[in-house]
Design a protein around this ligand. Structure first.
Ligand SMILES: [Zn+2]
Length: 272
């Protein structure tokens, strides 16, 4: 990207308007990422601050090999993870996850009840909180943020294959919690077991299955109501996740954070 390369060059020259641009361009995604791991707006804001400070430190060595966005993502992810680990050691418990799980088990909503959008969002957030970090991040980067498999894999420092495995497991686990759809079937239809059909759901939805396999999965799904429901409810879960992209760094936080960053950078410049 030409724009990105010139932004990086301006950042390397210490152009203040470039820093503002990079901040505006990336703050919301970074905030969502940190918030997703930390579940605490203040902590998330601090992680974003760390990322932008790292940017000014690391920009001189920036080769532009990975995109600026991916790089910032990676730094924010690591900063948030560190905070999370610190919090877990000092508190000695994983209170957040279990609390979220408890909330999710709220018996108020019976299966008969129509789920409105807000309720579905609440369910998604609660269900995501119960996933292990590795699965949650794969799901978050791909389905909430809409990154490509490669970008998500690079951010997390894993192979694309590992990323896909995590994504698949995360999607199925979430769809089970969020939708009231029944568990996948356990029979065989059109020469394919439900177990095998379900193992391809994620690739099927992403359109990455080879043609012959895609045809076999489709033949199974056509004849197997259980698997049809599994495919549909997983698709719904992915669509629901995409709606979470609307979360942004609230304006008062954004203003405060930017002035804090400017103060930190000014102090550093006067030290040098
Ligand atoms: Zn089936």
């Amino acid at each position: 990207m030409v724009d990105e390369r010139s932004l990086i060059q301006r950042l390397q020259r210490g152009d203040p308007s470039a820093f503002r641009e990079a901040f505006e361009q990336h703050k919301d995604r970074l905030y969502r990422l940190a918030l997703n791991l930390l579940h605490d707006p203040d902590e998330a804001e601090d992680a974003v601050q760390e990322a932008f400070i790292s940017l000014t430190r690391g920009i001189a060595d920036f080769e532009g090999r990975s995109q600026l966005g991916t790089w910032l993502y990676r730094v924010t992810y690591n900063a948030a993870l560190q905070r999370l680990r610190r919090a877990r050691t000092t508190q000695g418990i994983v209170s957040d996850d279990s609390a979220a799980a408890e909330r999710f088990k709220d018996p108020g909503a019976g299966p008969e009840e129509r789920l409105d959008a807000a309720e579905l969002r609440r369910r998604l957030d609660a269900a995501m909180a119960t996933l292990p970090d590795s699965l949650r991040m794969a799901f978050f980067l791909r389905d909430v943020e809409g990154l490509s498999t490669l970008e998500a894999a690079e951010t997390l420092g894993v192979t694309e294959t590992a990323l896909k495995v995590r994504l698949h497991r995360a999607r199925l686990a979430l769809r089970e919690q969020i939708t009231d759809a029944p568990l996948p079937g356990t029979t065989t239809a059109a020469g394919m077991s439900c177990e095998e059909a379900v193992s391809h759901v994620s690739d099927y939805l992403d359109g990455t299955l080879a043609d012959d396999m895609r045809a076999r999965v489709e033949a199974h799904v056509e004849r197997c109501e259980h698997c049809r429901i599994t495919v549909d409810s997983t698709r719904d879960t992915v669509a629901l996740a995409g709606e979470r992209r609307a979360v942004v760094l609230p304006a008062p936080r954004s203003t405060r954070l930017f002035s804090r960053l400017q103060a930190i950078l000014a102090a550093r410049a006067s030290e040098a």
